[in-house]
Design a protein. Structure first.
Length: 321
């Protein structure tokens, strides 16, 4: 019952004002994921030179396509038994990507409604041997799908900590695509003021709040990367977390070590208990943003993301958990 109540409270927070975030019309363009992972592995060739160059130079860092270094990589890539296992498992997990494509089609339709000048990228899947999960470049958005093979994927147990592997599952891919593109187009320099803890919290809270608008049918677990048990922990400990931040006078800290302990990847948040999830301050930021938008129904999504400063969000939210 506690878990159900907690999730209902989360739904109410994001659903405030209902139609305020509705987007009219239907998508004019469908997203079709380009399967670079499959074509390149099976043929050693890819006609899309823009992505091939990005893959070779930036993702794998093996030099220009056709260079000696690239040719050596190309040969090893196809013969390595570990890469072969990755490829086979990726093809099983992502044999049908229709649902992801549909989510992205609607997600980019909503994004374009709020920000018409943000382009819709060409979307890819690639294999990089557990590299960066999401990669973006002008007009390009791609996912390293060997980072989404399931929380209990056997190889992850030797490469990643449990708290890292917990977010490496296929159902999280659509929200990670959208989050990656929003971050690349609505840059931190536009959304943050002085890079204090407050600014990081509000920035991350804005991103989480906006992705829920873009993907309204997606679960908060998939969007946030927090499990349902972790979300319940936040609901039960929200007041204590906020009081701890205030007690230590960390809200306006610019100390990178302090910032990392509140918002960085970790098994728990150091200033809270060991039962806390890592990155817990992001949740507080999300709650402050949600409270602010509930109290200010005339503030547009565009103004929230691009014009409203962190201090104004905190003040306007009248946040008292």
């Amino acid at each position: 019952m506690k878990k159900i109540i907690g999730l209902l409270l989360l739904f109410v927070l994001v659903s405030c004002a209902g139609s305020r975030y509705d987007v009219p019309g239907k998508p004019e363009n469908n997203i079709t994921i380009q399967r670079f992972d499959k074509t390149f592995y099976e043929t050693g060739f890819y006609a899309d030179s823009a992505f091939l160059n990005l893959y070779a130079n930036e993702i794998m860092e093996v030099g220009e396509p056709g260079s000696k270094m690239f040719q050596q990589f190309d040969s090893v890539f196809r013969s390595d038994k570990d890469i072969k296992k990755i490829y086979v498992d990726c093809q099983k997990t992502f044999s049908d990507v229709t649902d992801i494509e549909n989510e992205l089609t609607w997600g980019f339709h909503r994004l374009h409604y709020f920000f018409p000048n943000i382009p819709t990228p060409k979307v890819y899947m690639h294999i990089a041997g557990y590299g960066e999960s999401i990669v973006s470049a002008p007009g390009i958005l791609s996912a390293d799908i060997d980072k989404y093979l399931g929380k209990d994927y056997d190889v992850y147990k030797n490469l990643f900590s449990p708290y890292q592997a917990a977010r490496m599952y296929p159902e999280k891919l659509a929200s990670d695509y959208m989050t990656g593109w929003v971050r690349s187009e609505l840059t931190e320099s536009k959304l943050m003021d002085n890079q204090r803890l407050l600014d990081y919290m509000i920035y991350e809270g804005k991103i989480l709040f906006f992705i829920q608008i873009l993907l309204p049918d997606e679960s908060l677990e998939n969007i946030s990367g927090f499990s349902s048990d972790q979300l319940d922990w936040f609901v039960a400990n929200e007041k204590n977390m906020w009081n701890t931040i205030l007690q230590f006078q960390h809200l306006y800290s610019k100390d990178n070590n302090i910032l990392a302990k509140y918002t960085g990847e970790a098994p728990f948040t150091a200033f809270f208990s060991q039962a806390s999830p890592g990155r817990a301050a992001i949740w507080i930021g999300y709650k402050i943003v949600s409270a602010y938008m509930e109290k200010h129904p005339k503030v547009s999504v565009q103004d929230l993301l691009l014009k409203t400063k962190a201090q104004d969000v905190l003040k306007g939210a009248d946040y008292h958990p």
